[in-house]
Design a binder for this molecule. Structure first.
Ligand SMILES: [Zn+2]
Length: 488
């Protein structure tokens, strides 16, 4: 501040000195212009020049303002409008994200008005419409987005989601294929396209798509392995169904090698091996699979690989298998059933008590009821266990995580709801409903002791065919519901 004042004083003093110097100069200036003659002192000349320069400067400023003013004003207004438009857009997107439909629509309209429908407001308008449940209007906006290159992909995404939700698989797939051409490495798209292709029953190129999805992180390596294994499994099952057991075995073994935790593949491979009379191979397949993931169908196949042996030999054989994963509930269930068959009551009781304590389920209680009946003819205890079975958790089964459908065997695409990779051997949530289906799905995992011919069609645990012939609950249960009369 002080420095400025000093400079100002110095400048004023210098100007004053110059003015005094000029004023003090003797002499005069003559300007002759046509007939005019102007005589001036040097001081007056200097003053006149300064005045003219000042006037010119003011005029120039005035002209500039007149020239540029309206334009600058307009631009300032536009900028303000744009700022408000983007503000509305931002707030609208926040409102949409927060699920505020009314606010999103109001702000979308405002942003539209301010910004003149740039691509982004289309998205907001679509989102607002979706929040209000007006899917057709949202579809209109998404479709409008397809017209511009910068929003085409976003619009496609909206339409794909809509079509998928509406269950229109062919349309969703057509849109996804178009989006795939635009951005082939987008994770969500790879996932969606893969599922849509699989749902449409198209397997060609699926492996390449799975590999690409894995590479960009759209699916985990485990999921990629499961899907690849699932594709092979489906092929193997088709071959098995067509009676080509050699090809089925080859494909199922490849499937099992692709995903070692995928138990459906070794089950199918062992079935095919048995069909081909390769009992040793089936035994090895089952043992390798059981270590990783015990499954009742494996126990059944293991016994079927050694037909024509005594019941005690069957117990001994199964003993070897379940020892590979000690204490596993599936092993206990298998052991209990084969022990009942061999009338080894103590052994059956030990397995069932452990099972009911750790993993109570319909089949555990039913088997216990059968034990009560066959060992001591204890109808009361048997009835208690049957009653417990009615409210017990369902036994594990091939079930879809998405629609909860229980299936006879594994499939990559749920035949009930079309979801991909949702089927696994799992414990169904909640108590089992006592419809005929779950009745069939209950225990009876083992093949009938005397019949040596393995029946691969009924190899799956949930298969009804395997339930009927073995003496299990179908015969025991109804008889047990009658008796309390003698006691009364
Ligand atoms: Zn499903």
């Amino acid at each position: 501040m002080i420095v400025r004042i000093v400079i100002f004083i110095v400048v004023v003093a210098a100007l004053a000195a110059v003015a005094v110097f000029i004023a003090d100069q003797p002499g005069r200036v003559e300007i002759e212009w046509g007939d005019y003659l102007v005589e001036l002192t040097p001081a007056a000349l200097a003053g006149a020049v300064a005045l003219i320069a000042f006037a010119v400067a003011i005029l120039a400023l005035l002209l500039r303002w007149l020239w540029r003013g309206p334009r600058a004003y307009r631009r300032a207004r536009l900028l303000q409008r744009e700022r408000l438009g983007y503000q509305a857009l931002t707030q609208g997107l926040v409102a949409a994200a927060a699920g505020d439909a009314t606010g999103a629509r109001r702000l979308a309209r405002r942003a539209n008005h301010m910004l003149g429908e740039p691509p982004l407001t289309l998205l907001l308008s679509a989102q607002a419409a979706q929040l209000e449940g007006r899917e057709e209007i949202a579809q209109h906006y998404f479709s409008a987005m397809l017209e511009r290159r910068e929003t085409e992909f976003m619009g496609l995404r909206g339409l794909i989601v809509q079509a998928t939700k509406a269950g229109d698989v062919p349309r969703a797939r057509e849109l996804a294929e178009r989006a795939f051409k635009l951005r082939p490495d987008t994770p969500w798209l790879l996932n969606a396209l893969l599922e849509l292709r699989l749902r449409a029953g198209e397997r060609d190129g699926s492996n390449a798509l799975i590999e690409r999805a894995r590479r960009v992180g759209a699916i985990t390596p485990e999921s990629a392995a499961r899907r690849s294994a699932g594709l092979l499994y489906d092929e193997a099952r088709a071959a098995f169904g067509a009676g080509d057991h050699r090809l089925a075995l080859k494909l199922a073994e490849r499937s099992a090698a692709t995903d070692p935790l995928f138990v459906a593949a070794p089950i199918l491979a062992a079935e095919a091996a048995l069909k081909l009379g390769k009992r040793g191979r089936a035994t090895r397949l089952v043992e390798a699979a059981y270590v990783r993931r015990p499954h009742p169908a494996l126990g059944k196949l293991y016994l079927a690989a050694a037909p024509n042996v005594s019941v005690l030999d069957r117990v001994a054989r199964l003993e070897r298998l379940v020892a590979l994963a000690p204490g596993h509930p599936e092993g206990r269930r298998l052991m209990a059933e084969v022990a009942l068959e061999a009338k080894l009551w103590g052994r059956a009781r030990a397995e069932l008590d452990a099972l009911i304590k750790g993993h109570p389920s319909v089949s555990a209680f039913r088997l216990h009821a059968r034990l009560d009946d066959e060992e001591h003819k204890d109808a009361l205890a048997a009835r208690r266990h049957l009653e417990a079975a009615a409210s017990a958790p369902a036994d594990p089964a091939w079930a879809c995580a998405s629609c909860r459908a229980r299936l006879e065997h594994w499939a990559l695409v749920c035949p009930s709801c079309g979801a991909v990779e949702t089927i696994d051997w799992r414990e169904a949530p909640g108590p089992a409903k006592f419809d005929p289906a779950s009745e069939r799905a209950a225990p009876a995992v083992l093949p009938p002791a005397p019949s040596p011919a393995p029946e691969p069609a009924s190899a799956q645990a949930a298969s009804p065919a395997s339930g009927a012939p073995s003496s299990a609950p179908s015969t025991a249960a109804p008889r047990l519901t009658e008796p309390p009369r003698p006691d009364a």
